[in-house]
Design a binder for this molecule. Structure first.
Ligand SMILES: NC(=O)c1ccc[n+]([C@@H]2O[C@H](COP(=O)([O-])OP(=O)(O)OC[C@H]3O[C@@H](n4cnc5c(N)ncnc54)[C@H](OP(=O)(O)O)[C@@H]3O)[C@@H](O)[C@H]2O)c1
Length: 231
């Protein structure tokens, strides 16, 4: 599954793919040659956004032909080989609870950040299970849940005038084959690496670090990411 040819054949689904983060991951993965299914609560909206994403990815790659199709979140969960969850935290538990059956046996990649806002700025919300990824694992007992892509800004992902990204993707999970696969997927994005960063019980820090990055971005008017040194 992780050799070059098999990775190309992997169909990647994105739940909540109509939002900035889902669109950004979809356009970058499609431009890198990955077949992408973009999901929404509204299949018509998914098809519209998939068409826009495909056109942008196609233009960025010089019209070599990319594969992005849209559908309902349920259809995407059933049809994809690997599924990225890019819905807001407020909709995370309900979305996954409904999709446990089609997601069974699959790698589910969660990039959801439990973030609140108040007059002091962004802050981390408490998650009863310990982290959003652990909540996903509790709701999807027959899937391999992996945490990744939290530290990639949607603005940067969607800005195809920058063909090469800068930064690392911290990957957390309990199943080696699944984290290896997600690291390989992250490595398909030009300039990026997937770096293993611990078991799922360590997802909380990875999710929370995003909120530090949001604070960096507000202060410095930036779209900051992370780079792991000496690896
Ligand atoms: N934006 C970033 O830079 C960034 C960076 C790192 C991680 N993330 C994480 O990625 C996730 C998506 O971020 P985003 O900025 O793209 O979010 P968003 O625009 O608020 O939501 C993404 C999509 O989720 C669907 N959605 C909205 N409310 C929902 C609900 N209650 N239940 C199910 N689906 C719902 C919507 O699609 P439909 O209406 O078409 O179903 C929406 O287009 C978030 O959890 C965020 O923490 C974002």
């Amino acid at each position: 599954m992780t050799d070059g040819r098999a990775m190309e054949d992997l169909v990647v689904g994105v739940l909540g793919g109509t939002g900035p983060q889902g669109r950004g991951l979809a356009v970058r993965l499609a431009a890198a040659g990955q077949r992408v299914l973009l999901g929404s609560r509204d299949a018509v909206r998914a098809e519209e956004v998939a068409g826009e994403v495909a056109a942008r990815a196609d233009a960025a790659t010089g019209g070599v032909g990319v594969s992005v199709r849209g559908g309902s979140n349920a259809d995407v969960a059933g049809a994809a080989d690997l599924v990225i969850v890019a819905v807001p935290y407020a909709g995370h538990a309900d979305t996954l609870a409904e999709l446990a059956t089609p997601l069974a046996g699959k790698v589910v990649v969660d990039c959801v950040v439990p973030m609140g806002w108040d007059e002091l700025g962004a802050y981390v919300l408490d998650v009863a299970e310990g982290s959003v990824c652990q909540q996903a694992a509790a709701l999807l007992p027959d899937s391999s849940v992996v945490g990744a892509f939290h530290h990639l800004s949607a603005v940067t992902l969607e800005d195809l005038s920058q063909p090469t990204l800068e930064g690392d993707v911290m990957v957390v999970g309990d199943v080696r084959e699944a984290t290896d696969l997600v690291q390989a997927l992250a490595g398909r994005l030009p300039g990026m690496r997937g770096v293993y960063a611990g078991r799922l019980r360590n997802a909380r820090q990875v999710e929370a670090l995003t909120i530090n990055l949001v604070s960096v971005n507000r202060r410095y008017k930036a779209h900051a990411g992370v780079r792991i040194t000496d690896v």
